[in-house]
Design a protein around this ligand. Structure first.
Ligand SMILES: *[C@@H]1O[C@H](CO)[C@@H](O)[C@H](O)[C@H]1NC(C)=O
Ligand SMILES: *[C@@H]1O[C@H](CO)[C@@H](O)[C@H](O)[C@H]1NC(C)=O
Length: 408
């Protein structure tokens, strides 16, 4: 225990006030990759469902898809394991071990496989006694588990918050794991769920969360449905005064996975998720089946101009500017005084509706004073050309869909 307190004291020194974001040099733009949870959940019966159970085979196949089908080239480089990879017990030295039937080669071998293809490997653990699905958690073993992950060659840790004992234990656990990861000396992106679990018990101090975590979840798990995607967008907008200032290079609000390419969203709703997740500077972690994804969803997820809004070097999180007449207007300042703008039609009856966008509604910091170049990126690409200081634009937006623009 004395050792642990020393680590906590070291944390206070490591995290100088005023340093924005966890200072580990990682995730300077939102992490991009693939995470198994929303699509594959916790299927552990590989006899019944060999192609979809949580096993090394699933991750090796996804790694192959990421490389051969353009995902890695598009920027998706973290292949992330979620819950249900663990054996039900630690080994005789208290080290974590993967389920030996489903991961016969162990995580080290999987990491080598992933690294050989130019990808990075993400793994999952929990701050409490057990993971959400009931596997051994990290409580009492933060330093050992961080070292185990480093020894295996893990590059990202998603650290869940189920089964904590108290607010103090939860918060202390998140801090201690951050310090333990740092002390391994390995570059490991640290993805937290601290605010999600602490909310309701106390007011979340986002300055502190951002000092310890590269990204953090604020809201419950996303589902493969429009109502779920909407609820995440609404929640983020409601809390934007707290969330937006906390985000920046190395520190991101995480509205959870992209569910594009699955079953629940219409095409227009997929466009909305991609546009808003880019505006929100969200980690772009897809949860879908890369072995079987329709070409239109794939093209949307790989759209380089949209991704470049998400990955913009300024690292500003966008925010809702206006909500009126069942429209929402969001904007995200970009490097060089440029701007991304989205207009979502939230009316779920009727057909496409016109939204009149005025220059005066938008960010005052726009660098293009008298010569703004407007490009529509979604749902289809269209160049509107140059506009002067007082431009206005009529946009036709489909129900529950979004028009995404870039102003240069
Ligand atoms: C550990 O923290 C120090 C101080 O913030 C930082 O300079 C260093 O890059 C970190 N190392 C790792 C491996 O995260
Ligand atoms: C929030 O955390 C920061 C950094 O740890 C600290 O300086 C500040 O005092 C905290 N704010 C509150 C209200 O506790």
């Amino acid at each position: 225990m004395e050792f642990a307190w020393w680590l906590v004291a070291a944390g206070a020194v490591l995290c100088l006030p005023g340093v924005p974001g966890l200072n580990n040099g990682l995730a300077l733009t939102p992490p991009m990759g693939w995470l198994h949870w929303e699509r594959f959940l916790c299927e552990t019966n590989c006899e019944r469902d060999p192609n979809n159970c949580i096993s090394e085979q699933l991750f090796m196949q996804m790694a192959d898809m990421m490389v051969t089908n353009g995902w890695l080239d598009a920027g998706y480089k973290y292949l992330c394991i979620d819950d249900c990879w663990l054996a039900t017990k630690r080994d005789e030295n208290n080290r974590l071990q993967a389920d030996s039937t489903r991961f016969p080669g162990g995580i080290k071998k999987l990491a080598d496989y992933v690294h050989a293809r130019g990808l990075l490997l993400g793994i999952y653990q929990d701050v409490g006694k057990m993971t959400c699905a009931g596997y051994p958690g990290s409580e009492g073993f933060y330093e050992l588990d961080a070292q185990t992950f480093a020894d295996w060659g893990v590059d990202l840790l998603k650290f869940d918050g189920c089964n904590y004992e108290s607010l103090e234990q939860l918060e202390e656990g998140y801090r201690r794991m951050a310090i333990a990861l740092n002390h391994t000396g390995r570059n490991i992106v640290y993805s937290c769920e601290w605010p999600l679990y602490a909310r309701g018990m106390s007011k979340v101090n986002y300055t502190e969360v951002a000092e310890y975590c590269n990204s953090w979840r604020n809201f419950g798990d996303i589902l493969d449905s429009w109502s779920s995607v909407k609820s995440v967008i609404d929640f983020t907008a409601t809390l934007q005064d707290q969330l937006v200032p906390a985000a920046g290079p190395g520190a991101w609000n995480d509205p959870d996975m992209l569910v594009i390419g699955n079953f629940g969203l219409s095409w227009g709703q997929e466009v909305t998720q991609m546009a808003l997740w880019s505006i929100m500077a969200a980690p772009l972690l897809m949860s879908n089946d890369l072995r079987d994804i329709n070409p239109r969803s794939k093209a949307l997820l790989q759209n380089q101009e949209v991704i470049s809004i998400n990955q913009d070097s300024l690292g500003a999180q966008g925010y809702r500017v206006l909500k009126a007449d069942n429209f929402e207007l969001w904007e995200k300042p970009l490097a060089g005084g440029c701007l991304a703008v989205s207009v979502t039609n939230r009316q779920e009856i009727g057909g496409p509706r016109w939204f009149l966008l005025f220059r005066s509604m938008l960010w005052k910091g726009l660098a293009c004073k008298n010569k703004c170049y407007l490009t529509q990126l979604l749902p289809t690409r269209h160049e509107y050309g140059s506009f002067n200081a007082t431009f206005s634009l009529e946009l036709l937006v489909n129900p529950s869909s979004t028009v995404l623009l870039r102003v240069d």
